[in-house]
Design a protein around this ligand. Structure first.
Ligand code: PGA
Ligand code: ZN
Length: 444
C-alpha cells in the first residue's frame, strides 16, 4: 500500500438481519479505484456490562425495538462524510482514532459501537484489497500457525431455552496435526453426539450457535455424554480432543438465568436449582475440571465476583485454561486491570465488545505479553461475514470459537480451511501450543 494514491470514495451503511433474525449493521466501503469491502456486524446475547454500546432504535413499532437505523444513520451521516476522501494509506489506528474522537464517549454510546465497528472492519478489508493481498495476510506475517477451534456442540443458557444454565459445551481438537484434521475431528464428534442423542430419544434441534440444544440438566450428564461422543468418534478425550465449558456465570450471579433483575447484595450463583456461594461455585468447577479433564473453562465465575475469580485461579490457574470474557470485554484497560490481579490465564476477544480493529489488536497484545492465550470469538447472533476467519490468522491469536454448523458459523472455519490449502506445506497448526504457557505442561 505505500505509495497508493487511492482514497475512500464512499461509505454506505444499511440494515440487515443476523442469524437470530434481529437487525444488525452492514457497511460497504468503496475506494476511488473501485475496490470495495463489506463488513456485517455480529451481536451478543450474554453480554458483559462493560461492552461498548450496541445502538438500537428502541422503536417498538419496528423489530420489537431492535432496529439499528439510528446506528446506520450515524454511519451514513456522521462517519461517511468525515472519512470520505481520506487516503487509504492512512493507518488503521489513525482511522479508528478519528471514529473514537467523533464519538467522544468512553463506551461508544453516541455513534454506537455497531456503527463504529462496521466502518473500522470494512476499512481493514478495503486496505487489504488495495494492498492486493488476501485479508488474512493483512493481519499476519509469514510464520503463523492456524488456531485451534473451540467447537460448541451443546447449546443452553441464553442460547437455547432449556433452563439449564451452562451456555456452551465445547470440544477442542488440540491433538490434531493440522487444521483440516482438527475440523474433521470436530465434525466426527458432532455426528457421533448426534447419533447418541437420537438413540436416547432427544431432539437434535440446534441452538443459537449451531450446537444441539442441550437436553441434559447437569454438568455431569453433559460431560459424560460429550466424552463418550469423543470416544465413539475414535479419539482419546483429553489428549486428542479436549473438553471445554462456558457457563457464562455472570448470567446466574445474583439472579436467575432468565431473571433480568440483578441484586448486587445477592452474592450467590443460582445454579441447577441451588444457591452456590463463590467458594462453593469455585469448588464445583475445580472438582469438575479434575473429574472430566476440562481443558478450558470460560467465565467460570461472574464479572462482579473478583474474589471468586481469585479463588478459581488459585485452584485451577496452572492446570486449566481459564478464559475471561465478561470481565474484560476486549477492553485494553480492563485487561490490564485483570492481568494485574493475576486472574485467569486467557482472554476471549470479540471485535464488537470494544468496537474497533486497532483496540482489539491492542487488547490481544497485552495478553500475549503476559503469556496468556487469545481466543477470537463470534457472537451468538452472527452474520455470514468471513472477517473473523481471516483475523484469526494474526500471530496474536491462538484459538477461534465460532460455534458449530450453519453457514454463519462455518464461514469462519471454512475461511481457515481455504487459507490452510493456500499455504500448502507451510501451513502449521497451533495444537497444544495454543494453550496458555502456564497450563501447557499439564495438558500435553
Ligand atoms: P454472546 O455469548 O455472543 O451471546 O454474548 C458468547 C459468549 O458468552 O462467549
Ligand atoms: Zn463467554
Amino acid at each position: 500500500m505505500p505509495g497508493s494514491s487511492e482514497i475512500i470514495k464512499s461509505v454506505n451503511g444499511y440494515q440487515i438481519l443476523d442469524s437470530r433474525n434481529n437487525p444488525t449493521v452492514a457497511c460497504r466501503i468503496v475506494s476511488s479505484g473501485g475496490k470495495e469491502y463489506t463488513f456485517k456486524v455480529p451481536s451478543g446475547a450474554s453480554t458483559g456490562d462493560m461492552e461498548a454500546v450496541e445502538l438500537r432504535d428502541c422503536d417498538k413499532k419496528h423489530y420489537g425495538g431492535k432496529g439499528v437505523l439510528r446506528a446506520v444513520a450515524n454511519l451514513n451521516d456522521k462517519i461517511a462524510p468525515m472519512v470520505k476522501g481520506l487516503p487509504i494509506a492512512t493507518p488503521q489506528e489513525d482511522f479508528d482514532r478519528m471514529l473514537i474522537e467523533k464519538d467522544g464517549t468512553p463506551n461508544k454510546s453516541k455513534l454506537g459501537a455497531n456503527a463504529i465497528l462496521a466502518a473500522s472492519a470494512a476499512y481493514a478489508g478495503l486496505q487489504a484489497g488495495i494492498e492486493g493481498v488476501e485479508l488474512w495476510r493483512h493481519f499476519s506475517n509469514s510464520n503463523v500457525s492456524l488456531p485451534v477451534p473451540q467447537f460448541n456442540v451443546l447449546n443452553a443458557g441464553r442460547h437455547a431455552e432449556t433452563g439449564f444454565e451452562v451456555q456452551e459445551t465445547l470440544v477442542m481438537p488440540a491433538g490434531a496435526k493440522s487444521f483440516s484434521e482438527a475440523m474433521e475431528m470436530c465434525s466426527n464428534v458432532w455426528h457421533s453426539l448426534k447419533s447418541m442423542l437420537n438413540k436416547m430419544g432427544h431432539s437434535t434441534g440446534r441452538g443459537d450457535e449451531g450446537g444441539f440444544v442441550n437436553p441434559f440438566k447437569s454438568v455431569e450428564e453433559t460431560a459424560h455424554s460429550v466424552l463418550e461422543a469423543i470416544e465413539k468418534a475414535g479419539y482419546v478425550p483429553g489428549r486428542q480432543v479436549m473438553l471445554g465449558f462456558d457457563p457464562a456465570s455472570s448470567e446466574i450471579f445474583g439472579k436467575d438465568l432468565m431473571g433480568d433483575e440483578y441484586d448486587p447484595k445477592d452474592m450467590t450463583y443460582h445454579f441447577c436449582g441451588k444457591r452456590y456461594a463463590p467458594e462453593e461455585m469455585s469448588g464445583f468447577w475445580s472438582d469438575a475440571a479434575k473429574r472430566y479433564k476440562i481443558a478450558s473453562l470460560e467465565d467460570g465465575m461472574a464479572q462482579n465476583d473478583i474474589e471468586g475469580w481469585k479463588l478459581l485461579t488459585k485452584e485451577l490457574g496452572r492446570t486449566t485454561q481459564l478464559v475471561l470474557d465478561d470481565c474484560i470485554c476486549t477492553n485494553p484497560q480492563l485487561i490490564r486491570k485483570f492481568i494485574s490481579y493475576g486472574i485467569g490465564n486467557a482472554d476471549l476477544i470479540k471485535l464488537n465488545q470494544i468496537g474497533t480493529v486497532s483496540e482489539t489488536i491492542e487488547a490481544m497484545e497485552l495478553g500475549k505479553e503476559d503469556g496468556r492465550s487469545n481466543i477470537v470469538s463470534h457472537r451468538s447472533g452472527e452474520t455470514e461475514s468471513d472477517f473473523l476467519g481471516n483475523f484469526a490468522m494474526s500471530p496474536l491469536v491462538d484459538q477461534i470459537k465460532s460455534g458449530s454448523s450453519g453457514g454463519e458459523r462455518n464461514a469462519k472455519y471454512n475461511t481457515l480451511l481455504m487459507i490452510e490449502q493456500d499455504l500448502g506445506s507451510e501451513a502449521a497448526y497451533s495444537g497444544v501450543k495454543a494453550f496458555p504457557k502456564r497450563v501447557r505442561a499439564h495438558l500435553s
